[in-house]
Design a protein around this ligand. Structure first.
Ligand code: NAD
Length: 374
């Protein structure tokens, strides 16, 4: 009983879906301290990123692992969900980081139902080191067969696909739509770029330094150039400058939170003018905020439906597919899921989050029933 309560305190997500296993790794000689949570493997070996930060926790790792179970199941991938965290400063000198990642890879080498990918604090190079050690990793450099998902804009492409599939149910037509992006990084930039191909225009963009807006449209390529040389969106000029959080209230049709968790909360939903929200970041809105927006008639496409482009791309890479196959799979899966989630939202009177959760959980449970030991 006491143990049960402890498990619940540690994991908000301990239930019949998982976690399948939790592994604490400590190799003092290598300076390695890490945690791996394999949440669920009913659909196949878990795919999930390795996050490196000094202050990561078991609870965070478990929540992220569950989110991957739902995301991978919703996307219909032959993979379960997992996540790992490595304690350390991701900006440590490269030789030290290489030693740490190689030691981490060795430590998870025997856990064959976990496939590691990049996440905050780790990148393609880290995945190349992991692959070199244990023969499996996703999110690899192009030179060793990888599909560089941030470079090609896999997640941003998926967001645009979701927006296209939501045109009728949300009433937001992409041609002429005004778009605001919070967090003009890999996800936000490519989302703006792909939406522009449908005739939308970027009218506001923010990053950690501030927000810039221009109702006639911002130059997306120029913004990307500034960001890739280490600048901020506010360096663009040719627009109105404001505080970074002003983006939430931007006068737009589509808002894309693509920066941090909980950017949209009950206390700021009143300021939102968009009619469609595409969740680019993971958990960028609280559930209470999502419910309130739903009540106001704002369509919110939940994170693990809208931002699954990256993991779909990783899965295609793992199975030896090409870049064009990755784009085709993202298009097919995200369009179908967005349509289904919004149809269920209407027919069952649920929020899109509720509909997406139900859809993903049904798929995990079906996969579990097909396994001998669930
Ligand atoms: P990134 O580092 O390339 O870009 C993040 C951007 O957000 C940067 O421009 C940064 O300046 C900005 N930012 C940071 N704090 C901010 C704040 N408080 N307000 C406004 N802007 C802020 O990261 P990314 O790869 O684009 O990922 C963005 C988010 O999406 C992350 O939460 C990530 O976990 C999530 N995500 C990424 C992918 C992917 O394929 N890259 C897939 C799914 C989810």
């Amino acid at each position: 009983m006491k143990m049960e309560r402890l498990m619940h305190d540690v994991f908000d997500v301990t239930d019949e879906l998982g976690p399948d296993k939790v592994i604490h790794i400590s190799k003092p000689a290598a300076g390695l301290k890490a945690i791996l949570v394999v949440d669920n493997v009913a659909a196949g070996p878990a795919i999930g990123g390795a996050r490196m930060a000094p202050d990561v926790t078991l609870s965070e790792c478990a929540r992220l692992a569950r989110a991957m179970t739902l995301k991978n199941a919703a996307a219909g991938l032959p993979h379960g969900g997992g996540k790992s965290v490595v304690f350390g400063d991701p900006r440590m000198p490269s030789p030290q980081k290489e030693r740490l990642i190689r030691a981490f890879a060795q430590a998870i080498g025997q856990i064959e139902d976990y496939i590691v990918g990049p996440d905050m604090g780790t990148d393609e190079r880290c995945m190349a080191w992991a692959k070199d050690e244990i023969g499996r990793a996703v999110g690899l450099p192009r030179e060793i067969g990888g599909i560089p998902l941030d470079e090609i804009g896999a997640t941003g492409f998926g967001l645009a696909v979701a927006a296209a599939a939501a045109e009728d149910p949300s009433g937001v037509k992409l041609d002429g739509a005004r778009v605001a992006v919070q967090g003009f990084g890999a996800v936000g930039y490519h989302a703006a770029r792909f939406l522009a191909e449908h005739g939308a225009r970027l009218v506001a963009a923010s990053d950690s330094k501030g927000c810039i807006s221009n109702s006639s449209g911002l130059d997306i390529a120029a913004l990307a150039q500034i960001k890739s040389s280490g600048g901020s969106v506010v360096d663009l000029g040719k627009g109105d400058m404001s505080d970074r959080d002003a983006i939430i209230a931007a006068d737009c049709d589509i808002l894309i939170p693509a920066a941090r968790p909980d950017a949209i909360r009950e206390d700021n939903t009143g300021a939102i003018r968009a009619r469609l929200i595409l969740e680019g970041a993971n958990i960028p809105a609280t559930e209470a905020a999502e419910r309130r927006l739903h009540g106001r008639g704002v369509t919110v496409i939940p994170d693990f439906i809208a931002n699954a482009g990256g993991v779909i791309c990783a899965s295609i890479e793992y199975h030896g597919g090409s870049e064009s196959q990755a784009f085709a799979a993202i298009e097919e899966k995200i369009a179908r899921n967005t349509t289904e989630v919004l149809a269920r939202t209407k027919s069952a009177g649920m929020t899109p989050r509720g509909a997406a959760d139900a859809l993903a959980q049904e798929r995990v449970r079906t996969a579990q029933h097909l396994r001998r030991f669930g």
